[in-house]
Ligand binder design. Sequence first.
Ligand code: HEM
Length: 352
Amino acid sequence: MSTARILNPFFTRTFSKRSVYLFSAATATFAVAATATNEKQQRQGGHWNFNWNKKWLLSTAPIVHMAQEIKDKSEKDYQEVYNAIAVKLREEDEFDGYIGYGPVLTRLAWHSSGTWDKNNNTGGSFGGTYQFQKESNDPSNKGLHNGAEFLAPIHKQFPWLSHGDLYTLGGVVAIQELQGPVIPWRPGRVDLPEDMTPDNGRLPDAVYGADYVRNFFKRLDLNDQEVVALMGAHCLGRTHLQNTGFDGPWGAASNTFTNEFFLNLLNENWKLEKNEAKNMQWNSPKGYMMLPTDHALIEDDKYMAYVKLYATNNDKFFEDFAKAFKKLLEGGITFPQSTPTYRFETLDSQGL
Ligand code: HEM
């Protein structure tokens, strides 16, 4: 039973990370089956930090977030959830000065995933821990209750959906309904208990430059190209003084997913100014804004190359964004091979 701890350093050096996870999963299955202490998780998939008898093993045993195989639900069931969210988005369009709920749902999907730490596989979208106050009250999550309240009736209608699946699917629906790319999505996240909620402070601060951004996203295993693509989501929505102390939209089309963020970064005349909350932000004569972390993308040569690429090639932006967003939403999760990947139809493409 001690093989996971003893062999893990050896495996880390010798095999790919994927092998380690697979090995961990296999060991976990054995451990759970052998001790029968974790029957519920064995049935449902779940979080395994092995329940070893020897306490000293607990601290270093790998955490495996194994997605649940949901055998009694098909693509049709998930498309039904997609449609319920999409119809509600379409109906409740007055929110936030007629921007609607799409941007806040996108941000909720990202923040509920962005707590992941690849170093110890804690946090992330898997456990749906945003549902607990400890996480939803993180000052970095101010304003996201609007997204969670929007999704609450959807969860009532489809109570079989885990919170992690709900929050991530909400982001997928938002991006697609706002005319963005199709985001391939996999189900099977499993609600974790409250005490698995990660500590506050894992989400990024907007006041820093390129080095901070690059270093921050390492914890989420995201490289320069993925980071720039993902930041393009700032074409959606706006900043709110009352939430984060920043003020204004990034562009003109706050509820349409396009490469406008990159075009504005390159083409607007940006001026660094102090806003009402005494925070520094970049403002343009057209009334657009950029956070310091956004503007950092044109202050760094490596980031700049991708900004130029996405400003001139919207298809490439869509392709790379879809891949990076899927990766962000799946950080730290091991999906069984049998897990299907769904590509949902928008309401428009269904003629609805
Ligand atoms: C360094 C990384 C990032 C920082 C510092 C950052 C910071 C912020 C801040 C300060 C806001 C304003 C929130 C408010 O005042 O209500 C915001 C909004 C938003 N962010 Fe980010 N963000 C980052 C990355 C991302 C990523 C990776 C995504 C998605 C892929 C994203 C999606 C959004 C969206 C859609 C909004 C608009 C929300 C709304 O209109 O309510 N952000 N972000």
